[in-house]
Write a protein that binds this ligand. Structure first.
Ligand SMILES: [Zn+2]
Length: 313
């Protein structure tokens, strides 16, 4: 046991370094090394060589961990954003104004001596909108006003929180006076009906010359065009700066905003951009844009990683 040759020890050193040696071999080598500088140096050299590759094994392990964490984070962000988006869509759907067709029970008017007109809406009504403008005669405005009222219901109001009768003063001014009301018109959404005439219905006062048609607001169509223009501009800027990674990444993130807006608009309204309830739809679309934006950003990140992996392979 005592005297083994350096050759045998050196044959066994690789096994020793890799921790594969048996207890007896280990003991034997350690005993030999204590008395042999040459073999000791040989061992040191081999251990150093082994440590270097060991280091390169550790490094990918930590980056792998980081990658796993990033993947987890991506999944969390997408899940939270998707759940938020779905909840928002449900809320929007529940609260979407369904313009009501006129019937005699829907609206009642009470005019008082001070000139005010109280409008009372029955419990079928979830929400209302009214607007007035002075009547024009030969390009001059008169003292008399023409008002438009529209009322709607929502699924939320119909099934979840039963609405109550509500009322409002139609013609109040900020200074406490009341506008003279010549006529009140009622409008509803006729876009799905072909047979009925599409004129606003006179429900109070006297008829005006000519017929009045309240048209759906088209502003959302302009926003759509604006978004498309913004995407094109971002595309051009990106193309110019495509070699500067940081700049092009920022431009990508900016371009995702109008894209997210267009996606949420399509989710809420389909491809129809004209509406009688502009503000409702506009705010709904803006709110939905936020989670959609996060989903987009994370999905682009994941796609980019996949693409760069394909390049490497
Ligand atoms: Zn030796």
């Amino acid at each position: 046991m005592k005297k083994i040759s350096c050759d045998i020890v050196r044959d066994l050193l690789p096994i020793y370094v890799e921790n594969l040696a048996s207890f007896d071999t280990r003991k034997m080598i350690e005993e030999h090394i204590e008395g042999c500088d040459e073999c000791y140096n040989q061992l040191k050299e081999m251990q150093e060589k082994v440590i270097i590759p060991a280091d390169t094994i550790v490094a990918p392990m930590t980056t792998l961990k980081k990658k796993m964490n990033k993947k987890k984070l991506n999944i969390i962000v997408i899940t939270v954003a998707a759940v938020t988006a779905i909840l928002m869509l449900v809320l929007v759907w529940m609260n979407t104004p369904i313009l009501l067709e006129y019937n005699d029970n829907l609206i009642k008017f009470n005019s008082y001596e001070n000139g005010s007109i109280l409008v009372t809406l029955n419990d079928e009504v979830g929400g209302y909108d009214s607007s007035g403008y002075p009547e024009r005669e030969n390009n001059n405005t008169t003292e008399e006003y023409i008002y438009h009222i529209t009322v709607w219901n929502t699924l939320w109001n119909k099934y979840i929180s039963k609405g109550k009768e509500q009322s409002f003063i139609l013609n109040a001014n900020d200074d406490g006076s009341y506008n003279k009301v010549k006529s009140i018109y009622y409008y509803t959404d006729y876009s799905n009906k072909i047979t009925v005439d599409k004129y606003d219905r006179l429900i109070y006062g006297e008829d005006n010359e000519g017929t009045i048609v309240t048209l759906p607001r088209l502003t959302l169509a302009y926003y759509t065009l604006l978004c498309i223009a913004a995407i094109i501009v971002c595309g051009i800027i990106w193309f110019v700066f495509r070699k500067q990674k940081k700049t092009s990444r920022i431009i990508g993130k900016i371009a995702a905003i109008p894209v997210a807006y267009l996606i949420s608009q399509t989710c809420i309204m389909g491809f129809n951009t004209s509406t009688y309830s502009l503000l409702f739809y506009f705010y709904s679309i803006l709110l939905l844009t936020i989670p959609v934006y996060f989903i987009l950003i994370v999905m682009i990140k994941i796609l980019k990683k996949r693409m760069s992996k394909h390049h490497m392979n």
